[in-house]
Ligand binder design. Structure first.
Ligand SMILES: *Cc1c(COP(=O)(O)O)cnc(C)c1O
Length: 425
């Protein structure tokens, strides 16, 4: 076996999700602007996925840069233990005001995974604080993705996820099928009967299961889960890390189902893609068990960079942009253009499904294509897209113009077409 230090590139980086011994060398990014990534060799790529869906206003938006510069000069960061500051206070209030439901408190952290863990901890500790030691399990769903840390791996899809290797190591939660039809609704009812008094909460990504396969479900599924949580007397946690901030066509996905969660998790596009920040919001039902005269009823969590002031300043500027530049209208236009732009793929024998929701366009292939080859062909056409498994998806910046979006959909269609030609050759 080759040791990593034998590698010719001299790099000390350990890259994510990559078998580094055989992977093609990564591209080197030099700078960004708008929807573009400029490589060190001078090539310029149109970014089709906005850096894992974070850069919703495009890269280097001047309003966000300016807000960060001002904050940087005043106070980049101060610990949130025993201290608070305006950017965090204001952001917490503004998030409570726009997230559906009567959200009362916001707990900040630094990544989506940690924010999901905090949500799980809030739900489970709520019951512990009330003296109920049995409610320690989370009901989550097949096809779901909630992060890569150990607690979140345990609530991802157990088979299809990236984490099946760790099966024996992970705590056991309850994984069900999303209640999409009569049969799966009946199975969910069974599970709730069987595990009812061991469950602390139901955890779901609303409307779109993102990294687990870009699968969509109907708003009815969420209404069903809200009703199930109410009936069981447990919490509904919505992981809006992928769906939040306009991605599905509404500011938050749950708005389309007319439901509110007890706990909501936000990250990814929260800062417009410039700074790692995440938020876990809880309503009064959840917080009620934490306010008491007992110190051990406090939420025992506190990330070092919690409520990072620079990140909060970026997030506040980002929220302003949603209003000032009417992002949701842009999402509607992107949606229509994705629909027409990707429709040529529908005819291909290699394509199992083409689907669009908000600013998400998905081409699902059958069978499994050679991913490295697809990536290389897309880069040759000047676009940055990161297909996974049998999915090619677009989640561009919400500011993307017609021309750049046409370039993206055109490249995806062309590459799918080339694959077809390779197959028959
Ligand atoms: C990306 C993602 C996470 C994890 O966020 P990280 O910041 O990568 O830890 C959790 N849930 C969903 C739905 C996500 O898309």
């Amino acid at each position: 076996m080759m040791s990593p230090s034998d590698q010719a590139d001299g790099s000390r980086l350990w890259l994510p999700y990559t078998q580094m011994q055989i992977a093609a060398p990564p591209l080197r990014a030099a700078r960004t602007y708008g929807t573009r990534i400029v490589l060190e060799d001078g090539r310029e790529l149109v970014d089709g996925i906005a850096s894992w869906w974070t850069a919703c206003h495009g890269y280097n938006h001047p309003a966000i840069m300016e807000a960060m510069r001002e904050q940087l000069a005043r106070m980049p960061h101060v610990m949130l233990g025993g201290l608070v500051h305006d950017p965090a206070e204001t952001l917490a209030s503004r998030l409570c005001a726009i997230v559906p439901g009567a959200m009362e408190r916001v707990f900040f952290s630094d990544s989506g995974s940690v924010a999901v863990e905090v949500a799980m901890k809030m739900a489970i500790q709520h019951w512990l604080n009330r003296g109920d030691r049995r409610r320690s399990k989370i009901l989550a769903f097949r096809g779901g993705y909630h992060g890569d840390t150990f607690a979140t791996m345990a609530v991802c899809d157990p088979e299809e996820g990236m984490h099946s290797l760790f099966q024996g190591v992970l705590p056991q939660h309850v994984i069900a099928d999303l209640p999409c039809d009569d049969a799966s609704q009946a199975r969910l009812a069974d599970i709730l009967n069987r595990y009812g008094d061991e469950l602390a909460a139901i955890l779901v990504e609303p409307l779109v299961q993102g990294a687990g396969g870009m699968r969509f479900h109907a708003p009815d599924v969420l209404r069903c889960l809200r009703a199930a949580a109410d009936q069981a007397g447990i919490f509904l946690i919505l992981d809006e890390v992928f769906t939040g901030f306009g991605r599905t066509g509404s500011m938050f996905a749950c708005e389309q189902a007319g439901i509110a969660a007890d706990i909501v998790v936000l990250s990814k596009a929260l800062t417009g893609g410039v700074s790692p920040l995440a938020a876990t919001l809880a309503n009064g039902k959840v917080t009620a068990a934490f306010w008491s005269d007992r110190p051990d009823h406090a939420l025992m969590h506190g990330p070092t960079y919690m409520g990072h002031a620079l990140g909060c300043a970026a997030a506040l500027a980002s929220l302003d942009l949603f209003v000032q530049e009417d992002r949701l209208a842009q999402v509607a236009a992107i949606s229509a253009q994705l629909e027409t732009g990707l429709s040529p793929c529908r005819g291909s024998r290699l394509v199992r499904d083409v689907r669009v929701m908000g600013a998400i366009g998905v081409v699902e292939l059958d069978p499994m294509p050679p991913l490295a080859d697809i990536k290389a062909r897309l880069v040759e056409r000047g676009v940055w897209v990161r297909p996974f498994r049998n999915i090619i998806y677009l989640t561009p910046a919400l500011i993307i113009g017609k021309g750049d979006l046409a370039h993206l959909t055109g490249a995806v269609c062309a590459v799918v077409d080339e694959l077809k030609a390779c197959k028959t050759a």
